[in-house]
Every structure is written in C-alpha cells, then in structure tokens.
Write a protein that binds this ligand. Structure first.
Ligand code: AGP
Length: 601
C-alpha cells in the first residue's frame, strides 16, 4: 500500500514529511518522493528503492517558513518502480501524490494528450495534476479546478495536491483509500495512516469517501458532495513508541511476544465470568440470521476458515468461507438472511472491501472483524468488532491473526448463547479462553530451542504443514508465515489428503511440520504422519504427546482444550518461520514483493 504524508504550516517541512514516510515504511513500497512549495520556491526529490535513498538526496535541503509539502512511498501498480513513475507527479507548477487506482485514467490521458499535454510517466496518477492545470488554464479558480478534477475521477483515491496557483493550500480528496487530517494550531498534517502523525497532533479526522477540500495554515475547508461539513475529530494514539520496536530485532518478533498482552485486551469487557458480551452488537442483530458467510484474504482467510469450524460446532450455524478475490467475481447466490462477515487486519484490503460492497448492494447484513478503527471496511460494515491487536507493523501478520481467531471464537460463543448452549460447555469454553494470554507467553527456552532447530530447515525441496480439523487452517497459516519471510516453498495441507497425491513428494528432503493435537483426531493425525515417516519424509512433530518416530519434536504444554493447543502451536509455527528467516538473512519485517495492506486488486 502506498504511504501519503502532507503538511501545511511554518515548521521545517522536509523532516516532517520524511519522518512521516518512515512511519509508513512497513506498508511496503518500491520508490518515494517529496515536494515542497514555500513562497516562490518549488523543490522536489524522488528516489527508487528504500527511503534512505530519498533521505540521501535531500540531505542538503531544508525548508523553513510558511508553505506546504507532500510526500509519498509508492508500491507500483501502473508502471514499473522508476523515478519517473515515483510520486509526486508534477505539472508546470503543481504536484500530486495519490494512493489507489484511477480506473478512467486512460480516457482522461487521451483527452489531455489531444490538448497537447505531454506525460512523463506510465502511471494513472499523473492525469490528476495535468487535469487540474488544464482546468486552471480554462480560467477556473484553483479550488474549482481541483473540485472539477476530482469530479472526473473514477476509482479509488487518496489525493494531496499542491500548486503555485494556490499558495499555502493543500488540496485533498478521498474515495476508497484511507486519508486523515490532523490539525495542531497553525499546522495541519495529512497521512494515510495515523502512525505518521502520532506525536505531532492530538486528534485527527478520518476522511469519508467523497470528502474533499483544502487546508491552509490551520484552517480546513471540508466538503462532501456540494455541502460543506465540519470534521469529526477523534483522538490519536498518544505514544508513537507503541508503534515502534522496543528492543526486539523486528516488529514481527515484537508482535509475536505481544500476543499474550493483546489477546487480554481483545477479551476485556467481552469475556465475562459466565458469558460473552459485545457492546458493539445491537440487540437482535442476529435474530433473523440463518447462516454465515465469511470473506477475507491471506492470513485473515485462515482465521475465517478456523472460525467456520467453531461456528458450526459451537454455534450450530451453517458457515461458509470465501477468498475475497474469488468471491467478488463468481456471481455468488446471496440471500438476505445470510450474515456477511469480513475479516481484515488493515480494513483496507481492496478485494475484501469490494466483496463487502457487493453483498451490501444485495441487502445482506454485514459485520467486520478488523484491527483498524475508521478503516474503509469498518466504515462500510453495519457492525464492527475491533480485534484490539494494536498497530501491527510486520508485514507478516501474527498478533492480528491471533486476535482475529480469538474474536471469532468469542463470537461463536456469543451466538451460541442465543441458541441455548449448555452452560457447562459454555463455562469450559470460557475457562479455556481466559487461559489464552498465558498460553501465548513466549518462554525463552522454547524460543531458544526453535532457534537451534531452525538451522536444520534452511534447504530441502519444500515444506508441508499438515493438520486436521481446526489445525488444517493453522497448517495453511504456518505455511504462509514461512513462505512470506523465508521465501522457501511451503504448503499447508489437510493431513488426510496427503495420500491422495502429495505423499508422492515424500523423501528425506521433504520437511513435514505435523500439527498433532491430543484433543482432536489424535489417532488419525498420528497415522497420517506415520505414512509419511514410512516414506522417509523428515518430520517435525508439534504435540503435547511424545512422538518417537519424528525426526524433531517440539512439545506443547496446554493440551486441555483444542483452542489452547491451537494457539500454542500457532506460536511455535510463527517462531519457526521467524528463526528460519533470520538465519537466511531476510528482511523479516518487509519481505520482498509484499505490502502490509494490499489496497489494489
Ligand atoms: C499476512 O501475513 C499477509 N501479510 C497477508 O496475507 C494479509 O493477511 C492479507 O493481505 C489480508 O490483509 P488484511 O488482513 O489487512 O485484509
């Protein structure tokens, strides 16, 4: 996902923009740029690759005094990662940064080229600045020209535009991609995510789709459609350090260790002594719900798949799970009595968001399980339950997954309460649930053991993570974690399916990570693993029960309930992926080719 930062005021601008972009680095990008307008001075810089390259280019540049500045980190969608394609894009006297996709850019570009306007880049974004200057040339006043420009755009966008024709102003517009405004006295900050402005302002307005306007020296003029509106400010997190590493090697490592704490936050006020309570859910919301359809991508899809077992087994409600990028184009048969649940850490994943909009048009009720308040998916859903994982900066999701599964488990119990769950069963579930923060405490001995073990898993022709029932989605997730940050091939597979083909791959170079719970189908999973071991596959067994035919064995302790085994095995697979990746020397937090939030199709 691209990162956007903007500032209008009299402070030194370069540092404000670069510091903001640094906070957004984790979202993944391949080029960056900054533009500054102060009085008659126009300066801009662009660089391909990491932000350090841009910092080097601007080391002798500073800009004090009243003015405006915008910055951007780009994740290439239209056009390769080159300086020409990097934002800001410029016209004769204006600059624009943009996140999203302008779907009708070709039509606009053709029109403008017929007017003799030359384009430098292959991007969709560049049409914005040229269209703005074209309307200026038609004698429109600057804000009118900007408004008309935005009116022509189709697709998703978060835009900041500055121009010599509008001294001291930053024009903004938002539709489908996140953007916030954070005023602080004479200063006004903009960003695509609040980590970039924490510590500079105390509150922010998270723009809604269709919002546009401009800011100038502390004043904000905000419109939606034809009507002027006043921004509804919300408090920003006070401490930026909560979003930064504190002593860990990587954000991902920090976030694995944080799982014990944040799962306690997730349960706060919701897991009571003998019942589950969600204030967010209005009375009667589920009354006419006959079945559930969950939609997500990536790790969130694995949380959704886990939940499908819980909804059917505990809540006794039919549940199907869909990969968002498939669901939105398969012309699904939808019925109004289906509850549509979207699961998303960022709340900005384009495929999940579009799937949600599709079912809303069909009149279904929608509920979001999300980690980012005010995100697009949260705002688009009828009801949202925040997972309270805190800011997750590692691209490979860990604590967000843990809190998603926990929240969905809570929701399955909440639904079961309305469907007459036996009180004994409910209290056993709640007892196990309360134990999860303890289960997720990382013991040094475990981490050290996995660190030592990881040296044996740096080669081979691939990994199979296998599991059954609830542990099948966990096997998918373990494989994804490893793939994402080690770049080694790994696949999650239902253990019972190995004999239907994949077992042909079994030999000593095939690493099988076997999730072997003692609470669910333990005999079945043991025999599946024995079949593999008999064909000389290298087995790493994760289990509470010793398993002597395994080549390696990691013991878990909390085997009193399937979900305590689930969370402890999740922790083991996360640490295994981390330690293998570290040994391979990879960038654990920003793995190649990946972005933290995939806001494009
Ligand atoms: C998870 O480790 C990945 N980074 C990725 O699969 C992610 O889960 C997926 O892109 C969905 O993102 P979301 O949860 O923000 O919607």
């Amino acid at each position: 996902m691209c990162g956007i930062v903007g500032y209008t005021g009299a402070k030194e601008k370069k540092e404000i923009i670069l510091d903001g972009l640094k906070e957004l680095e984790y979202r993944g990008y391949d080029s960056a740029g900054i533009a500054v307008l102060s009085g008659d001075d126009i300066e801009y810089f662009k660089a391909v690759g990491k932000l350090d390259n841009l910092i080097k280019k601007t080391e002798n540049f500073q800009s004090y005094g009243p003015g405006v500045a915008i910055g951007h980190t780009r994740w290439a969608t239209h056009g390769k990662p080159t300086e020409l394609n990097a934002h800001p894009h410029l016209g004769k006297e204006s600059f624009v940064v943009h996140n999203g996709i302008i779907e009708n850019y070709k039509e606009i570009k053709d029109e403008l080229e017929k007017e003799g306007i030359a384009f430098l880049s292959q991007t969709d974004t560049e049409v914005i600045v040229h269209l703005y200057e074209f309307y200026l040339s038609q004698r429109l006043e600057a804000f009118e020209a900007f408004k008309k420009t935005v009116g022509r755009l189709e697709g998703a966008y978060a835009i900041l535009l500055i121009s010599r024709s509008a001294e001291g102003k930053i024009f903004f517009a938002k539709n489908g991609s996140p953007l916030l405004i954070a005023p602080d006295g004479e200063d006004v900050y903009f960003a695509s995510s609040d980590t970039a402005v924490i510590g500079r302002a105390r509150e922010a307005y998270y723009l809604e789709d269709g919002d546009y306007g401009y800011a100038q020296m502390g004043d904000i003029l905000l419109y939606n459609g034809e009507s002027e509106i006043s921004p509804k400010m919300k408090p920003l997190p006070a401490n930026v350090d909560t979003a930064r590493k504190d002593g860990y090697r990587f954000f991902m490592e920090k976030e694995i260790y944080e799982q014990s704490i944040v799962t306690a936050d997730t349960m706060l006020g919701r897991v009571l002594d003998s019942q589950i309570n969600f204030e967010e859910i209005p009375q009667g919301f589920f009354d006419d719900v006959e079945d559930i359809r969950i939609c997500a991508c990536g790790t969130s899809y694995h949380a959704a798949l886990t939940a499908s077992y819980l909804f059917e087994r505990i809540s006794k409600i039919r549940c199907s799970v869909e990969i968002a990028s498939e669901f939105r184009y398969k012309e699904p048969l939808l019925q109004k009595k289906t509850l549509f649940i979207s699961v998303s850490q960022s709340g900005e994943t384009a495929d999940t968001l579009e799937a949600l909009k599709m079912v809303k048009r069909a009149g279904l009720k929608s509920l979001a399980i999300c980690n980012v308040d005010n995100s697009s998916i949260v705002r688009e859903s009828d009801v949202s339950i925040l997972t309270r994982a805190g800011i997750e900066k590692g691209v490979a999701s860990t604590k967000a997954f843990a809190t998603q599964v926990l929240t969905l488990w809570m929701l399955s119990l909440y639904l079961a309460q309305d469907r007459g769950i036996d009180s004994q069963i409910l209290s056993k579930e709640i007892e196990a649930m309360r134990h999860i923060p303890v289960v997720l405490r990382v013991e040094e001995s475990l981490h050290q053991k996995i660190h030592r073990l990881s040296k044996r898993y740096l080669h081979g022709h691939g990994f199979f993570f296998i599991g059954r029932d609830l542990f099948y989605p966990l096997a998918l997730e373990g494989a994804l974690k490893l793939k994402e940050i080690s770049y080694l091939h790994a696949e999650g597979y239902p253990a019972g399916e190995m004999k239907h083909g994949p077992i042909a791959l079994a030999d000593s170079e095939l690493f099988t990570i076997a999730l072997m719970p003692s609470t669910i189908l333990s005999d079945k999973i043991r025999s599946n693993v024995e079949e593999l071991s008999a064909r000389d596959a290298t087995i790493l067994a994760i289990s509470a029960e010793p398993f002597d035919i395994a080549d390696d064995f990691i013991a878990i302790k909390h085997d009193s309930h399937p979900m305590t085994e689930f969370f402890e095995m999740m922790l083991v697979t996360q640490l295994l992926a981390l330690e293998i990746s570290v040994r391979l020397g990879n960038d654990v937090d920003m793995p190649r080719n990946l972005a933290k939030s995939v806001t494009v199709e």
